[in-house]
Design a protein around this ligand. Sequence first.
Ligand SMILES: Nc1ncnc2c1ncn2[C@@H]1O[C@H](COP(=O)(O)OP(=O)(O)OP(=O)(O)O)[C@@H](O)[C@H]1O
Length: 243
Amino acid sequence: MSLEVQGLSVAVDDRIVLRDISLTIPRGELHIIMGPNGSGKSTLLASLMGLPYLKIISGRIYFDGRDITKLPPYERAKLGIALAHQSPPEVKGVKLREIARFMLEKYRCEDSAMFSKLLKIDPLLDRDLFLGFSGGEKKRAELFLSLLQSPRLAMLDEPDSGVDVESAEIIAHVIELLIHKKSSVILVTHTGLITNKLNRIDKVHLLIDGGIAYSGSPDEVLPVIFKFGYRRGVEILKGGKNG
Ligand SMILES: Nc1ncnc2c1ncn2[C@@H]1O[C@H](COP(=O)(O)OP(=O)(O)OP(=O)(O)O)[C@@H](O)[C@H]1O
């Protein structure tokens, strides 16, 4: 068992953004979270990382059986939880190489050279962190830094948005390497572009208006969502289950 979320409700600025989320993500599984803009996908990952701007209203988060609901982000990172942000902030005066070296010293990732080569990190190393990076470069560099943490749970927020087809293929390949090494992966996507590049997806969760509206296998869920969209798709999926 890796991650278990029980009845999690979360507020931002006194507004409830996540409602009664329950999820179990066993070790070595890849789970996809999809949903319309503003449905709470990034907030869910931020809550699992423990980012301080969020207020947990109710519910609990367990990682490998330990209650981490109140742990700060750096303690969660020490346990092996990593978050690759949707839009990482630009940092002037700090080189990607310096951050990468710090992460390597701290987490001793054995596969850093392979990840660096795959994600084409070399030309970015001596540039200020994310400053002026193209959309695709940002995604690759952010993913690289998360991988350097040797994560046991990698949470990737829309790694496929704004990237070209080749980059999406590389990102999918890296995700499969993580799964092969028995890390768990939660992948947020709203376009679903990356789903047809992944050979194995264990479960798809549909997040609508802050709640999990439906969870199922990719074969069941994805064709319906791609054809009918989220809201109508969920109605059809639920109808199928009831009928
Ligand atoms: N820091 C914040 N301050 C105020 N409101 C926020 C903050 N973060 C998120 N929200 C609100 O919470 C809701 C969910 O946002 P979130 O970014 O989690 O959605 P999302 O599903 O990831 O959307 P998208 O697909 O557009 O990235 C939105 O209404 C958003 O405006």
